[in-house]
Design a protein around this ligand. Structure first.
Ligand code: PLP
Length: 394
């Protein structure tokens, strides 16, 4: 019965938003629509501003000297993960019915939470989309920092939500007080990205916990912790323990960053079983993950030797980047993640095009009347390629 009610609700929402188009052609197409590339490097006019990681990757010359536009981790996946993946290949004709609960249990044991409060999927993106679908209502709004990670709110907008963008503080951190003030009777969701993408900044852990405690009494809060593994104390910072007992808190994590699994696709959310049930109506979670990916994750989840090594190499490359920027007379936003945002002295698209001509892929932003470049942290040879290209055009 629960299913049929939900399907009716979905159809009704789809019909409302797409004037009665069939479900598949309305909801999913609507939220998944992405920029159109007419030929390499050229975006069709309505999407000229949507110069995303996907469009950069599709238009990049191959091979790139430095792939620094998607906040990936080139130090992973580690050898242990690769071996586990290879070992899982002979039985990869089987559905991974047992590996899914095995990984869920590992995560639950480590975090000290209930297994029923964890939902795995092929990356956190499908779960962000599920949340955008589930929490969107006609006339509703979603509150985020500005700039912040745009995936969830941009999908909510396609569902008819209003996107309330709250400028960051002078230190480029989420302005939690202003975000709280922005909540109104129509707010369906508050999205908190911590550390924030694209600034790499973190908010004070105690302040965030108090904020989420208060705000979740009024509206659901989605906390995206994609980059939390880069912090010195992820366990002291995560809001997973709060999500373990409060249906208005949803915490998202991913293996795409410090684990280096972006291409393998694995992520999860922690929240209450009733919310998990609702989110699974909006995305395929259980059957979306490959047996090989699960094998790699089971073999390396919380493998400190690998994670600490990747972290150390990331920090060394980041320090090098800071020095390059300083030497060239640039400032930057000190970052707690695997990317750095800094103000540039030319138009963003021109800057990234010039870097791309030199085999270096980076991303640009524009906010506070300023053009910015976001550089992901790569291997040292990639950072050196960045440095020599940057010196030529800075
Ligand atoms: N959340 C944030 C803040 C991100 O930056 C990203 C990807 O860059 C994602 C979620 C999506 O990650 P995934 O690869 O798990 O879908």
């Amino acid at each position: 019965m629960g299913n049929s009610i939900s399907r009716r609700t979905l159809l009704k929402r789809g019909a409302l938003l797409a004037g009665g188009l069939p479900f598949a052609a309305s909801l999913l197409d609507q939220v998944q629509a992405s920029p159109v590339i007419t030929h390499p490097g050229t975006l069709s006019a309505p999407y000229a501003e949507a110069w995303t990681e996907k469009t950069i990757a599709l238009s990049a010359p191959v091979p790139l000297k430095a792939r620094l536009f998607a906040n990936e981790n080139p130090f992973g996946p580690c050898d242990k993960a690769k071996k586990a993946i290879m070992d899982a290949c002979p039985t990869a004709y089987q559905y991974p019915f047992r590996s899914m609960p095995e990984l869920t249990k590992k995560i639950a044991d480590f975090e000290g939470i209930k297994e029923e409060n964890i939902l795995l999927a092929s990356g956190s993106s499908p779960l962000l989309m599920a949340a955008a679908l589930y929490y969107s209502r006609p006339g509703g709004n979603v509150i985020t920092g500005d700039p912040s990670y745009e995936d969830l709110p941009s999908k909510a907008v396609r569902m008819g939500e209003k996107w309330v963008k709250v400028p960051l503080t002078a230190e480029y951190k989420l302005d939690l007080d202003a975000m709280e003030k922005a909540i109104d009777a129509n707010t369906g969701l508050v999205y908190v990205c911590n550390p924030n993408n694209p600034t790499g900044t973190v908010v004070d852990a105690a302040k965030l916990k108090a904020f989420v405690e208060r705000v979740s009494k009024r509206v659901p809060v989605f906390v995206d912790e994609a980059y939390i593994d880069y912090l010195p104390d992820p366990q002291g910072t995560t809001l997973i323990p709060m999500a373990n007992s409060n249906p208005n808190i949803i915490v998202a994590r991913t293996f795409s960053k410090l684990y280096g699994f972006a291409g393998l696709r694995l992520g999860y959310v922690v929240t209450q079983p009733e919310i998990i049930k609702s989110l699974t109506l909006h995305t395929e979670a259980f059957m979306s993950i490959s047996a090989t990916t699960l094998a790699g994750a089971i073999a390396t989840y919380q493998d400190r030797e690998y994670l600490d090594g990747a972290l150390k190499k990331t920090l060394a490359s980041k320090e090098y980047l800071y020095e390059v920027l300083k030497k060239e007379g640039y400032t930057y936003v000190p970052s707690s993640a695997n990317f750095v945002l800094f103000p540039i002295k030319m138009e963003g698209k021109q800057f990234t095009d010039e870097m791309m001509k030199r085999g270096v892929g980076v991303r640009f932003w524009k906010f506070n009347n300023q053009e910015w470049c976001r550089v992901s942290i790569g291997r040292m040879d990639e950072m050196e390629a960045f440095a020599s290209a940057f010196k030529e055009i800075s």
